[in-house]
Unconditional design. Structure first.
Length: 177
């Protein structure tokens, strides 16, 4: 990883920093409590953080299928697909944005997902509109498969999937064991 950044599993000592970054990233991610964050980390099949020394530059949490998670978006994917890894939340700290960290996190997740699932699923806000995220996901090959209103109509999301093809996700890096 370039620029002194390291990518590793989220550890207990990272929880407060991950929560702080999560809360600062609203409305692009939903706010949550420390207990809710702990539950998501416990459920996550993929839980990685990008560090710049001791500072958390970004993180990504992804969930497997079959959980009792009550997220409307997770439940939508559960009704429509029997096999996926769901990106529940991803955030990059403002000083690190536009430096390729999101791509690094996603590429690492794609390598993880290869051989484990057929697709990666996520959603991006249409209302309030998150154009940078829509462009980002389009460039990575994510396809819109639906949309829905959430939070009592306060938000509308585009539901996206990336089909995982064997040999493609590992083309730019090492495969997961």
């Amino acid at each position: 990883m370039s620029g002194g950044l390291t990518l590793s599993e989220i550890e207990q000592a990272d929880h407060a920093g991950v929560l702080t970054l999560n809360q600062a990233s609203q409305p692009h991610v939903n706010g949550l409590s420390l207990d809710e964050l702990q539950q998501l980390i416990d459920w996550s099949c993929y839980r990685r953080v990008l560090r710049d020394g001791e500072r958390i530059a970004g993180f990504l949490l992804a969930l497997p299928t079959g959980l009792p998670y009550q997220s409307l978006n997770y439940r939508w994917f559960s009704r429509h697909y029997d096999d996926f890894v769901y990106i529940d939340r991803v955030a990059v700290s403002p000083p690190y944005q536009r430096r390729g960290l999101g791509v690094q996190l996603y590429q690492d997740l794609h390598r993880y997902a290869e051989g484990r699932t057929r697709r990666v699923a996520c959603e991006v806000n249409l209302e309030p509109r998150n154009d940078p995220s829509l462009v980002f996901h389009d460039r990575l090959g994510y396809q819109a498969v639906g949309s829905q209103a959430t939070e009592g109509g306060a938000k509308t999301v585009s539901l996206l999937v990336l089909d995982i093809e064997p040999g493609v996700a590992t083309a730019s890096g090492e495969a997961y064991p």
